[in-house]
Design a protein around this ligand. Structure first.
Ligand code: ZN
Length: 374
C-alpha cells in the first residue's frame, strides 16, 4: 500500500512537472501578464509645476506617486514598480517615457495637479495621447509641455517641437499613441474610481498632445488629480488623507485594468507573430519596419463587411493582448503611409499610423529612427 502511494505520488509529480514544462515552453499557452509599471511624479527640482497658495505641484505629485507605488508593491504580488523620481529632482520629459521603454513596462502613469487662472474650476481628469477636442485640453497640454523650455537641448530632443505652436500639436497628432484603446480603458477606470469610490468630481477622460506620453511604447496616461488653483482642492491635496484617497483610487483602477487585460488575453500568444490572422504579412518583411493605419479596435470581432469600416478594402485583423485591432495599409515608406492616413481619415477621422518591427509594435519615433529618418 505504501509503495503504491509512493508510486502514485511520484507519477503525479512527474505529470505535474511535465505539464509545467509544457506550459512554460508552449508559446500558445503563454499568457500576457502585466508585471512592470512606471510611476512618474510630474515636474521636480527647478521645475515646481503649478503653484498654489501654499503648495507646489511637484511635491503633491511626488507624494501621491510614492503612495500609489507603495499600494501596488504591498497589495499586488509580482509587480515591479519603477519610479522616474523618488526625490525632488529635475528630469527631462523625454527621459520619463524612456525609463518605461527601457524597463519594458506595460503601463506608464504620470501624476500631476491641474491649474488655471480662475480659482473656480475643480475636479480630476485623466489624459491619454491624442488630438485635443477642446481648447481646455490644449491648454492643459501646453502648460504641461511648457516644462521642456526649461531643458537645455529641448530643440534637439523634441525634434523642433514648440509647446506654444498649434502647428506642433497637429504634427504630434500624427504620432498618436499606438496603445490608444488600452490607455483609454485604463483612463476610464481611473476616472470611475475618482467619481464613484473616492467622491471626487470627474471632468472625464481627455485626449491631448502630451509630450511626456509621446514616446511611451505602452499604454500611458496622465492624471490631473485636482486643481491647485482652487482653494479647497489645494487644501485636500496637501493632506496625507487627500493624497491617500487619490493614490488608492488610482491603485484600484490599475488593479482592475490589470485583471481585465490579463483575463482577455488568456491563451493568446504574447508574441503575436503567429496569432489569429493568416493574412498577417510579417513573415515576408521580418527585418523591416512596417507602417500600417489602425482604423478600429474592439474586444469583440467586427465582421469584415461591417459598415464600421466605411467600405475600406483589405482590412487586416490582428488579435493582440486581448483586443482585436483592424488595420489598412502595409508599407515601409513613411511618406506613403502619411498620405494614406489622410485618405483614410476622410472616412475614419481618428485612424492613425502605427509601426511594427519583426511583428512587434514599436513607437513611430523608434520606427523613423530605424529607417533613418531621424
Ligand atoms: Zn504638471
Amino acid at each position: 500500500m505504501f509503495n503504491f502511494l509512493k508510486y502514485l505520488l511520484n507519477n503525479h509529480l512527474l505529470t505535474a512537472i511535465i505539464l509545467m514544462i509544457f506550459f512554460v515552453h508552449s508559446p500558445v499557452m503563454a499568457q500576457y501578464k502585466i508585471n512592470t509599471i512606471v510611476i512618474d511624479a510630474g515636474h521636480g527640482g527647478k521645475d515646481s509645476g503649478a503653484i498654489g497658495k501654499k503648495a507646489y505641484e511637484k511635491d503633491i505629485a511626488l507624494s501621491i506617486a510614492l503612495k500609489l507605488g507603495n499600494y501596488i508593491e504591498t497589495k499586488l504580488k509580482g509587480i515591479k514598480v519603477i519610479y522616474t523620481r523618488k526625490t525632488d529632482k529635475f528630469i527631462e520629459l523625454f527621459k520619463r517615457a524612456e525609463i518605461a521603454n527601457k524597463n519594458n513596462a506595460q503601463v506608464f502613469i504620470s501624476i500631476h495637479v491641474n491649474s488655471v487662472a480662475s480659482p473656480k474650476p475643480t475636479g480630476t481628469s485623466t489624459f491619454v495621447m491624442g488630438i485635443h477636442k477642446s481648447d481646455d485640453n490644449l491648454e492643459v497640454a501646453q502648460r504641461e509641455n511648457s516644462v521642456i523650455l526649461k531643458e537645455k537641448s529641448y530643440k534637439k530632443n523634441y525634434k523642433g517641437f514648440d509647446p506654444n505652436s498649434p502647428e506642433s500639436y497637429i504634427t504630434l497628432s500624427l504620432l498618436q499613441n499606438a496603445h490608444l484603446e488600452q490607455s483609454l480603458l485604463f483612463a476610464k477606470k481611473v476616472q470611475d474610481q475618482f467619481k464613484n469610490r473616492a467622491g471626487r468630481k470627474s471632468r472625464g477622460v481627455k485626449q491631448a498632445g502630451l509630450v511626456v506620453l509621446w514616446n511611451a511604447t505602452m499604454p500611458a496616461i496622465l492624471v490631473e488629480t485636482g486643481f491647485i488653483s482652487n482653494h479647497s482642492e489645494e487644501k485636500f491635496l496637501r493632506t496625507d488623507y487627500g493624497q491617500s484617497i487619490i493614490a488608492s483610487a488610482i491603485f484600484r483602477a490599475f488593479r482592475d485594468y490589470k485583471n481585465e487585460i490579463e483575463k482577455n488575453s488568456k491563451f493568446i500568444p504574447s508574441n503575436n507573430k503567429n496569432s489569429s490572422n493568416q493574412n498577417y504579412t510579417y513573415t515576408k518583411t521580418e527585418t523591416n519596419v512596417i507602417f500600417k493605419i489602425q482604423i478600429k479596435s474592439s474586444t469583440g470581432i467586427i465582421p469584415s463587411k461591417s459598415k464600421q469600416f466605411k467600405g475600406l478594402k483589405n482590412v487586416e485583423k490582428i488579435k493582440y493582448k486581448g483586443i482585436y485591432k483592424y488595420y489598412v495599409g502595409n508599407t515601409g515608406d513613411f511618406k506613403k503611409i502619411v498620405k494614406l492616413q489622410a485618405e483614410v481619415r476622410k472616412k475614419i477621422p481618428d485612424a492613425f499610423v502605427v509601426a511594427f518591427k519583426k511583428g512587434e509594435r514599436i513607437s513611430i519615433n523608434q520606427a523613423l529612427k530605424e529607417i533613418g529618418r531621424r
